[in-house]
Design a protein. Structure first.
Length: 512
C-alpha cells in the first residue's frame, strides 16, 4: 500500500529545526529515536496543530503545550491505485488516506471502517477488486515561531510545567501534532463470492477482471454452467466517495451499490464500468488545486479553498526530538514491552478473522439458503454467534492493551480473561472453536464437465462442419453439440442440447 502514502517530507523550517534540535540535545540514555506517530482521522477529525498526544495510549489530550505557527507544505497530488485480492487492511488503509495498517494502526478503533472492510475483503471464498482514486492538497505543518530558537512552550505549556510537577505525562503526553493531512477519495470495489475454494479457483479463473478499465470479460465456457450454478456466484459492486461533491456521484450513478449473480451479471459490470470512469475522470475535477509554500508561516487552509477535502490523518513529533525547551514536558519515554505488542498484534489479527467468519456465516444463511440443508443451517447459526463472541473478546482485550500498554497491565488482563473463562461454565465467556470447513458449501460444479462441452464445441468449429460464430451462439444459450460420431467431429452435429444432456453422449471423448 506504499503507493497510497503521500510524500511526507518536511518543509525547510521543519528540516532546519530538526537539525538544530538534534545538535543541541544532550545525550539521554533513556530516550530512544522512535518514529513519530501517524494517526488516522477516523479516531478524531477535529484536532488542531500543537495538540498534545500520548503515543503509548494512542490518545489526544486536551492541551496545546507547544507554540508554533502554521504553513502549507507541498502541492496538490492525485493518484489512482488498483488492487486485486483487496484485504481487510487494504480497505482500512484506503478509508484513512493511505495510512499504513500495521501494529501502530489502532484496528480496534476503526469504527465504521471495520464494517466496510469486513464486507469487501477477500477471503478463501471471496475475490475482491478495488480502484482507489485519492487527491490530497498541501499539508498543514506546525513550525517554530522563531526558527533560530526552535519549538518553544506555549502559555499553556508553561502552566502545565509549573502546575503538574511529577504528573506532566498525564496531561502533556510525549508528542504533539505537527502535521495535518487532508484528502478526498473515491473507492470502487467489486466483490465476487463463491460456494467454496474450488469454485473460486475454477469459475473465478474464467473471469478476466481489468479493474483499471472497469471491464470484466467472462469466458464463454461459463455459459455451460446451469442456472443454479451461475446463481451460486454472487457479485456486489459498490462505490464510496469521501470529499469532493458526493451529490454528483448520485446524480451520475444513482445506485452506488448493486448485487447480481453470474446468471445476469451485466447490471453489475455496467455499474463497475461507470463507477471506474467517474472515479478516474469526474471525481478529481471536483477538487481545487492548491499550491503550498514553505516560505514562512501563514494561516491554515481557508475553508473556501479547502472545500471538498477532509482531514485524513495527523502526524506527530516527539518532544525530545523537537527542541531542548520541550524536554520539560516529558520525564522519560517508558518503553512498551514485547509481550504487549505481541498480544495486541495477535488479538487484532484474530479480531479481523472472526469478523470475516461472522460475515461469511451470515451471508451463507441469508444468500445461500437454497444450498443448505437444515443441519448445516443450524451449524452456521452457531458459528455466526461464536465468531461474533470471539470478535468481541479479541476486541475487548486489544482495546484494553492499547489503553494500558505499560508494564504488565496488558498481560495481566489477558490472563484474567483466560482465568475467568476457565472458571465459568457460560460459553459466551470463552473463545469458541468451530469447524471452519462449515463455512463452505460443497457443490456439484465440475470444471471437467463444462470443459468437455467446450472442447466438443471447439472441435466442431475447427472441423468446419459448423461455423464458429454459430457454435458460439449456441454456447451463449448453454447448449453443446451432440455429434454423429464423437471420434470424428467432421461427421457433423445431430443436435444441440443443454450441456448436461450432451455430456451423457460423450463418454471419454473431449476430456483433457
Amino acid at each position: 500500500m506504499n503507493s497510497f502514502v503521500n510524500n511526507l517530507a518536511c518543509g525547510k523550517f521543519a528540516r532546519l529545526t530538526a537539525l538544530a534540535s538534534v545538535m543541541a540535545l544532550p545525550a539521554l540514555s533513556n530516550i530512544g529515536l522512535a518514529q513519530a506517530s501517524q494517526i488516522p482521522a477516523t479516531v478524531s477529525d477535529h484536532i488542531v496543530l500543537g495538540t498534545a498526544y500520548d503515543s503509548g495510549r494512542e490518545k489526544f489530550l486536551n492541551h496545546q503545550p507547544v507554540a508554533g505557527c502554521v504553513h502549507l507544505s507541498g502541492n496538490t497530488e492525485a493518484n489512482v491505485t488498483y488492487k486485486n485480492d483487496t484485504s481487510y487492511d487494504d480497505v482500512l488503509s484506503m478509508l484513512n488516506g493511505g495510512v499504513e495498517v500495521g501494529i501502530d494502526f489502532p484496528v480496534v478503533r476503526a469504527n465504521a471502517g471495520a464494517t466496510l472492510a469486513t464486507e469487501t475483503a477477500s477471503s478463501k471464498y471471496v475475490s475482491s477488486f478495488s480502484l482507489y482514486s485519492y487527491v490530497s492538497p498541501p499539508k498543514e505543518k506546525y513550525s517554530p515561531v522563531d526558527v533560530n530558537k526552535g519549538y518553544t512552550l506555549s502559555t499553556t505549556g508553561n502552566e502545565l510545567v509549573q502546575q503538574t510537577a511529577g504528573e506532566i505525562y498525564d496531561v502533556a503526553g510525549d508528542e504533539f501534532v505537527s502535521e495535518i493531512s487532508y484528502g478526498a477519495y473515491m473507492l470502487v470495489n467489486m466483490r465476487i463470492e463463491y460456494l467454496n475454494e474450488r469454485d473460486k479457483l475454477e469459475i473465478g479463473g474464467e473471469l478476466d477482471v481489468d479493474i483499471a478499465g472497469g471491464v470484466v470479460n467472462v469466458n464463454g465456457r461459463l455459459n455451460y454452467l446451469d442456472e443454479e450454478e451461475k446463481q451460486s456466484v454472487r457479485i456486489v459492486v459498490r462505490s464510496l466517495q469521501n470529499g469532493g461533491d458526493p451529490l454528483a456521484l448520485f446524480q451520475t450513478i444513482p445506485s452506488n451499490i448493486m448485487a447480481c449473480t453470474l446468471e445476469n451479471p451485466a447490471p453489475c459490470f455496467d455499474l463497475l464500468k461507470r463507477s471506474v470512469d467517474y472515479a478516474k475522470n469526474t471525481f478529481p475535477d471536483q477538487l481545487r488545486v492548491i499550491q503550498g509554500s514553505d516560505q514562512g508561516c501563514k494561516s491554515i487552509l481557508d475553508p473556501s479553498e479547502n472545500a471538498g477535502y477532509n482531514v485524513v490523518s495527523y502526524t506527530t513529533s516527539r518532544y525530545d526530538q523537537a527542541s531542548v525547551e520541550l524536554l520539560q514536558l516529558v520525564d522519560q519515554y517508558e518503553p512498551i514491552n514485547w509481550t504487549t505488542t505481541t498480544l495486541i498484534r495477535d488479538h487484532e489479527k484474530d479480531y479481523k478473522a472472526a469478523l470475516i467468519d461472522q460475515e461469511r456465516a451470515e451471508r451463507l444463511l441469508t444468500e445461500y439458503g437454497v444450498w443448505l440443508d437444515d443441519t448445516h443451517a443450524e451449524q452456521l447459526k452457531v458459528i455466526k454467534a461464536q465468531a461474533n463472541n470471539n470478535a468481541w473478546l479479541h476486541y475487548r482485550i486489544a482495546q484494553y492493551c492499547r489503553d494500558n500498554p505499560y508494564g504488565t497491565a496488558c498481560h495481566d488482563y489477558n490472563s484474567q480473561v483466560d482465568n475467568e473463562c476457565n472458571a465459568q461454565s457460560a460459553d459466551n465467556m470463552c473463545f469458541a472453536s468451530y469447524d471452519e470447513a462449515l463455512l463452505k458449501v460443497e457443490s456439484d460444479i465440475d470444471q471437467s464437465s463444462w470443459s468437455q462441452c467446450e472442447t466438443a464445441r471447439s472441435k466442431v468449429a475447427q472441423s468446419g462442419s459448423v461455423q464458429d460464430s454459430v457454435t458460439q451462439n449456441y454456447r451463449a444459450l448453454g447448449w453443446a453439440p451432440v455429434l454423429i460420431d464423437n471420434a470424428n467431429p467432421v461427421s457433423g452435429v445431430s443436435a444441440w442440447m443443454p450441456c448436461g444432456y450432451a455430456l451423457t453422449t460423450y463418454g471419454d471423448h473431449f476430456k483433457g
